[in-house]
Design a binder for this molecule. Structure first.
Ligand SMILES: Cc1cc2nc3c(=O)[nH]c(=O)nc-3n(C[C@H](O)[C@H](O)[C@H](O)COP(=O)(O)OP(=O)(O)OC[C@H]3O[C@@H](n4cnc5c(N)ncnc54)[C@H](O)[C@@H]3O)c2cc1C
Length: 43
């Protein structure tokens, strides 16, 4: 589970930071899925 946003990070910030936090988490999810796919390919 990847946590993001003001509740997920338990941080006070404005919406510009919330957008960036969402993008960063989406990129982390993509990287994780790509690594998983590469691992499955090599197995
Ligand atoms: C009064 C006020 C004024 C603000 N004014 C500004 C401003 O002028 N400019 C600015 O840049 N920022 C402003 N902000 C900050 C901005 O609203 C936040 O930074 C931004 O909305 C954070 O986005 P978020 O997705 O992290 O959280 P949120 O927008 O709070 O989204 C969290 C979502 O999760 C949902 N949720 C909570 N618990 C659960 C659960 N258990 N299960 C499912 N869903 C759940 C909530 O219903 C909500 O929809 C203001 C904030 C407040 C409170």
């Amino acid at each position: 589970m990847l946590l993001a946003g003001r509740y997920g990070e338990w941080e006070y910030y404005n919406s510009d930071h919330a957008f960036l936090a969402g993008r960063k988490t989406a990129e982390a999810a993509r990287d994780f899925l790509e690594a998983l796919a590469a691992q499955a390919k090599s197995a």
